[in-house]
Write a protein that binds this ligand. Structure first.
Ligand SMILES: Nc1ncnc2c1ncn2[C@@H]1O[C@H](COP(=O)(O)OP(=O)(O)O)[C@@H](O)[C@H]1O
Ligand SMILES: [Mg+2]
Length: 384
């Protein structure tokens, strides 16, 4: 564990960048430092690998004062990734990635094999190995930066706004990749960002810093959203906090109704047997085709040309209540379409049912929450 113990950084010009900061950073998880520009995030990160020395306080690595080990040993145990990747422009991608292994005296072939392995790990085509950084897109360069930081297999990864300079779609890909890598490798990651959505998506724990390098709140994302410590944190989280919090509630308890689902070509009797005003029509495999008003179908012939779009289905138990609600809101009938992992319809769910599930989830979280700790159900992240 990395323990930041009452650390202050005062730069020579008198600027207090970090003010008596204390944080316990757990092993094998992603801890995010988030806050507005100038609040001391980079300074904090750099004190961990001693690129900046604290003015006061101590940083302990597994219980030992970080000043007690040689700075080269310390840095070797910590990969470092920055915005714009910071690659060596005159070296190939493979050589960039192999930088630290080569410094450690690895042979050429071993370093090259390691580079190839890491390119695959971070989702880069091996054919890019011989290229130079300028021949890669921003997102690809960022992946190289991550691969380079992982090259000597350090237990700790320090990342300073690594994805801030790429467009939102590429950024999402990089975030997903990082979560996957973390799952596979179990690194201790300290991740700096000014983007609260990125913090909530990636963080197991999130430290919100305010100007002057003071800690505003340190909590799991679901707890930040449900119990912001003060007005500053609440403002920083933004307006749609309630909706975003639904990402942490599972949709497993929703029970899709099946009586409003009919296959194309259903008989008049089958249609007459359902009371629902709108019917979801599926193809022969059970995949959704669209919505039809019941009275339009009473002739028995389900024409697929006049169907209303069914929107974006959700997968109960996999997707969150936020995705389920979005699905209902996007549906022209107000009913969400539930599908299984193969995209086959398992039923439909009304906005009202989703609303009831949201209220039940809030009540459960509140009861389980107790004083100051997040409810268990909220701690688990749910996809979507
Ligand atoms: N080398 C330095 N000398 C003086 N002040 C600095 C130095 N580096 C950063 N600062 C100041 O310290 C504060 C925190 O900076 P920084 O840690 O870079 O914040 P962040 O990464 O959150 O934007 C800012 O006010 C910044 O101007
Ligand atoms: Mg910074």
């Amino acid at each position: 564990m990395i323990r930041i113990d009452s650390v202050t950084k005062r730069y020579p010009d008198g600027t207090v960048a970090v003010d008596r900061l204390s944080l316990d950073i757990p092993d094998r998880s992603i801890t995010v430092l988030v806050g507005p520009s100038g609040c001391g995030k980079t300074t904090t990160l750099r004190m961990i690998n001693r690129m900046v020395e604290p003015t006061e306080g101590t940083i302990l690595i597994d219980g030992e004062d970080s000043r007690r080990q040689p700075v080269t040993t310390l840095r070797r145990s910590m990969g470092y990734v920055i915005q714009n990747a910071g690659l060596f422009q005159h070296r190939t991608i493979a050589d960039n990635i192999a930088t630290v292994p080569r410094l450690l005296g690895w042979g050429k072939q071993r370093a090259r094999d390691r580079a190839a392995e890491l390119m695959e790990r971070v989702g880069l085509d091996p054919s890019l190995a011989g290229r130079y950084p300028y021949q890669l897109s921003g997102g690809q360069q960022q992946r190289v930066g991550v691969a380079r930081a992982l090259a000597a297999d350090p237990p700790v990864l320090l990342m300073d706004e690594p994805f801030s300079a790429v467009d939102p779609v590429v950024r999402k890909g990089l975030q997903d990749e990082l979560l996957r890598i973390q799952d596979e490798l179990g690194k201790t990651i300290v991740f700096v960002t000014h983007d609260i959505d990125e913090a909530i998506k990636l963080g197991t724990m999130v430290a919100v810093l305010r100007e002057g390098g003071r800690l505003a709140q340190y909590a799991p994302p679901a707890e930040l959203l449900s119990r912001p410590a003060d007005g500053f944190v609440e403002d920083f989280l933004g307006a749609d906090r309630g909706i975003r919090r639904l990402s942490f509630f599972p949709s497993a308890a929703l029970e899709p109704a099946t009586d409003a689902v009919i296959p194309a070509g259903a008989t008049a009797e089958r249609i007459a047997a359902t009371a629902a005003p709108h019917l979801l029509v599926t193809d022969a495999e059970g995949r959704p085709l669209g919505w039809a008003a019941r009275e339009e179908l009473t002739g028995g012939d389900v024409g697929t040309d006049r169907l209303l779009p069914y929107g974006r289905p959700f997968v109960p138990g996999v997707d969150s209540l936020r995705t389920a609600l979005d699905s209902a809101v996007l549906s022209p009938t107000g009913w969400a379409v539930a599908v299984d992992g193969d995209g086959r319809v398992t039923g439909v769910v009304s906005q009202q049912t989703i609303g009831e599930a949201i209220r039940a989830a809030h009540t459960a979280a509140h009861t389980a929450g107790g004083a100051g700790t997040a409810g268990r159900a909220e701690d688990e992240k749910v996809a979507g």
